[in-house]
Ligand binder design. Structure first.
Ligand SMILES: C[S@@+](CC[C@H](N)C(=O)[O-])C[C@H]1O[C@@H](n2cnc3c(N)ncnc32)[C@H](O)[C@@H]1O
Length: 249
């Protein structure tokens, strides 16, 4: 892509390291609702290869700790963070979001982007986030939720079959968040934005070819069919990308 690997900035990697529908635009939108300030400590739940964490550090000067279960993702996240010279603000820990081993009441904010679909125990993850957040801290979620009862068509980017897919409804997120000690302050359905973003990316790839840095590097050869399935299900009203903003009470 003509980038110098020794002079990368956080945004240069956005076509590959923002591993969710809506890419960097979606991360920006989430950040804009999170009442951020320089120096705040943020937990990134399921940080992947670290695009959102680097964005929060580079654009908002926050200190971010990313936790992820996948060792290889953590290693790539650390390497890209060194390359983009953000390792003084961002760290990654290989651990489960259900039991991070991080100290209680450490973080001012937390966010979770496209992770809940892979976690059956939503109550467990919400309780763990509540434990490590300071009282009054804000928790932002951007996940794909179930909008209707029609069965999901696999593969999707988070699962090749229903055995590893745990997509539930907005009502279920609300209940589990409230039980875990959060008050849900706001919810925003992002289906129209996500459809438009995905259709634009597909049209661009058809016209100009796939960029060298893109999500096929993370999703493999089935990336086009996974993306096509999610797009079709968002259009049919089977799935909906939703932002939720909750406050630790
Ligand atoms: C689709 S990726 C999203 C990555 C990142 N949030 C982003 O938006 O770029 C989902 C991530 O969740 C992680 N994950 C899944 N289950 C997890 C768990 N129980 N604890 C921590 N991470 C988990 C996966 O390893 C993967 O990196």
């Amino acid at each position: 892509m003509g980038l110098d690997p020794d002079r990368l900035n956080a945004i240069d990697l956005a076509t590959v390291d923002e591993f969710h529908v809506g890419g960097l635009d979606a991360t920006r939108e989430l950040a804009a609702q999170m009442e951020l300030a320089t120096g705040l400590r943020i937990l990134d739940v399921g940080s992947g290869i670290g695009g959102p964490a680097r964005y929060f550090a580079a654009e908002h000067q926050c200190k971010v700790t990313g936790v992820d279960l996948t060792e290889e993702f953590v290693q790539v996240a650390q390497s890209l963070t060194r390359r983009t010279k953000l390792d003084h603000l961002v760290e990654f820990v290989q651990t489960s979001a259900l039991d991070t081993k991080l100290p209680a009441e450490t973080f001012d904010r937390a966010y979770m982007i496209h992770v809940g679909m892979n976690i059956a125990d939503k109550a467990g993850v919400f309780c763990e986030v509540r434990r490590v957040l300071k009282p009054g801290g804000k928790f932002a979620i951007f996940d794909i939720l179930r909008a209707g009862e029609i069965p999901i068509t696999y593969p999707v980017p988070w699962a090749s079959s229903e055995e590893t897919s745990f997509v539930v409804s907005k009502g279920s997120y609300h209940n589990q968040l409230e039980k875990a000690g959060f008050h849900v302050e706001r919810e925003r359905v992002r289906t129209a934005f996500a459809i438009e973003f995905t259709e634009r990316a597909i049209a661009r790839a058809a016209q100009d070819g796939q960029p060298a840095l893109a999500l096929h590097l993370l999703m493999g050869n089935l990336a086009p069919v996974m993306i096509k399935n999610v797009l079709a299900m968002m259009k049919q009203g089977v799935l909906e990308p939703v932002e939720l903003y909750a406050r630790a009470v």
